[in-house]
Write a protein that binds this ligand. Sequence first.
Ligand code: FAD
Length: 227
Amino acid sequence: MLIVMGKTDPTRARHEQQSQILVPRDTPGVKVVRMLPVFGWDDAPHGHAEVLLDSVRVPAGNLLLGEGRGFEIAQGRLGPGRIHHCMRTLGAAEVALEKMTKRLLSRVAFGKKIAEHSVWEQRIAEARIDIEMTRLLCLKAADMMDKVGNKTAQLEIAMIKVAAPRVALRVIDDAIQAHGGMGVTSDAGLASSYAHIRTLRLADGPDEVHCRAIARLEMRKYTNTRI
Ligand SMILES: Cc1cc2nc3c(=O)[nH]c(=O)nc-3n(C[C@H](O)[C@H](O)[C@H](O)COP(=O)(O)OP(=O)(O)OC[C@H]3O[C@@H](n4cnc5c(N)ncnc54)[C@H](O)[C@@H]3O)c2cc1C
C-alpha cells in the first residue's frame, strides 16, 4: 500500500494545498522504475525507490482525513517521527562509542594499547560528553511533546533533529578511525551505521531548514516584525 501525497489545490491557503491518498501497490499505472541504493545499500526488501504514477485511479474514499489535509497529516507524523529518529541515532552513537572503546583497549600499536595514546582519551571523553548532552536535549524535546504538544515543542524538536545526527556522525567517524582499515569494511558494522545516520541530515528536512526555523524563533524574541 502506498501513501501518496500531492498538491490538489494550489489556490488554497499554503498549508491546505496538499492531500494524501491510499494507493494499493497493484493499481494499474503504479510502476517501481528502479530502487535507489543509499551509499550502496539497497535496504531490501523495503528500501527507497523511484516510483512512477501514470494515470492511476483509486476511489475518492481512499483519501486520508479529507481533501487539503495532507500537510496536517505530515506534520502530525513528523514531530514524533523526528524524535524517534533521534533516539535511534543516539543509540547508534552509543554502540559506536562502545565498539571504539573496546577496540582501543584491545589493539596494540607502537608498543602500547591505542587507548593509551592520549588523543584517544580525548576522543572517548568528547564522545561521552556529546552523547550525554544530546540525550538530555532529546529527553527535553520528548517530555515537552508529551506535556505541551508538537507545536509548542517545535524549537526543541528542530534542535535535536540537527544535533543528534551531527553528534552520532562524529562519534561513528572516530570509531571507524579507531578500527583502522577494518572500520570502513562491513565487518565492523560502522560503515553502514555512518551511511544510515548521514541520511538523517536530509530525511525529515535538511539541517539548514531546521536551523532556519530555530533562528527565526530566536530572532522573534527581539523584533515585532514577523520574520
Ligand atoms: C534516505 C532518505 C529517505 C527518505 N525518506 C523519505 C520518506 O520516507 N518520505 C518523504 O516524504 N521523504 C523522504 N526523504 C526525502 C527527504 O525528506 C528530502 O530529501 C529532504 O527533505 C530534502 O529535500 P530535497 O531532497 O528535495 O532537497 P532540496 O530541497 O533540493 O535541498 C537541497 C539542499 O539545499 C539546501 N537547502 C534547502 N533548503 C534550504 C534553506 N531554506 N536554506 C539553506 N539551504 C537549504 C540543503 O542543504 C539541502 O540539503 C528521504 C530522503 C532520504 C535521503
